[in-house]
Write a protein that binds this ligand. Structure first.
Ligand code: KMH
Ligand code: ZN
Length: 304
């Protein structure tokens, strides 16, 4: 590992999981998403992972018309790498999910590497506090919580987006997804260097702890050799501790209100930038350098 390794901070600004009733800080209007994304970039995020929302209701949106107003302004105000989600709905078809990436052709977009029962474990305690019936929502309602990413879906997304030279943030929710990716990379669907985002702490996927991270990393080493980069996204209160651990292991990090509403255990974050600043401070205190957008472009082999 280099003496002062460069760590890429991705900020996932709003996502499609949390609702504005859970935290006043969660951005959902075009202005709020724009302002928080720009502030996160100024605080040190070199990649902005972006979802859209209906500006009236705050509901998640995969309509390209809801991306356009903030994408243009973010591009104008920052040099950050724009990464558009292709996983913003549990019910839409893969073609609808990738429509915003196909239309705006960003430098990066997400690519979810397997199907899973999708629930948000990290918030269970808060849900109880908010009188949310967790059993009802996730057990009785689990039919509606299947996040579908079949091999055919992934192939279709990769083939549709291939002409646009978009680098994928491969979302790896469990160790089997690494094998899915390996098979598809060997079949020529993905180009090196591959960028893995280990998604930890989603119920339905792998739990967020250090042993699991070491296991995921070892498996990736076995499958991809030196030809990959990796990052960690941990859902809920362990977001920042797991990010710091990843940075010390030579990985990159993702924070943002999409993945956790908290700044520390039990304390809601004021903004995306607050999480970026906190993780940046710790990473730098421990001796790493935070990657600039151009560093990120070079490390990940982006089209630039
Ligand atoms: N929401 C995260 C758990 C995507 O946007 O494609 C994973 C994610 C997926 O960011
Ligand atoms: Zn996302």
């Amino acid at each position: 590992m280099a003496r002062h390794p460069k760590t890429i901070i991705t900020c996932a600004v709003t996502g499609a999981i949390h609702t504005p009733t859970m935290s006043d800080a969660l951005p959902y209007t075009y202005e709020q998403i724009t302002e928080q994304a720009i502030a996160a970039a100024e605080a040190g995020a070199s990649i902005l992972h972006l979802h859209a929302r209906d500006p009236e209701t705050g509901a998640p949106s995969i309509n390209p018309d809801d991306f356009a107003p903030f994408l243009a302004r973010i591009k104008q105000a920052t040099d950050a790498v724009v990464n558009i989600s292709t996983g913003g709905s549990l019910t839409a078809s893969i073609q609808d999910r990738i429509a915003p990436a196909k239309q705006f052709k960003p430098e990066m977009c997400s690519m979810n590497m397997g199907s899973l029962n999708f629930s948000f474990h990290g918030l269970a305690a808060r849900y109880k506090e908010w009188k949310f019936d967790w059993e009802k929502a996730y057990i009785e309602g689990s039919e509606g919580n299947i996040f579908r990413n079949t091999f055919k879906d992934i192939k279709e997304a990769a083939e549709t987006l291939a002409p646009d030279q978009i680098k994928f943030e491969h979302e790896i929710y469990d160790v089997g997804h690494l094998y899915n990716l390996k098979a598809m990379a060997d079949a020529g669907h993905f180009k090196a260097p591959i960028f893995l985002q280990f998604v930890m702490g989603i119920m339905g996927g792998i739990g967020a702890d250090v042993e699991n991270l070491v296991f995921m990393k070892r498996t990736a080493d076995k499958l991809f050799g030196a030809d990959y980069r990796w990052s960690v996204l941990a859902a809920g209160a362990v977001q920042i501790p797991m990010a710091v651990t990843a940075s010390q292991m030579g990985g990159h990090v993702r924070v943002g209100l999409e993945d956790s509403l908290f700044i520390s255990r039990g304390e809601l974050a004021e903004s995306n930038a607050a999480q970026v600043s906190k993780v940046r401070r710790i990473i730098e205190d421990l001796g790493n350098t935070v990657a600039t957008p151009d560093d990120a472009r070079e490390l990940l082999g982006l089209k630039g």
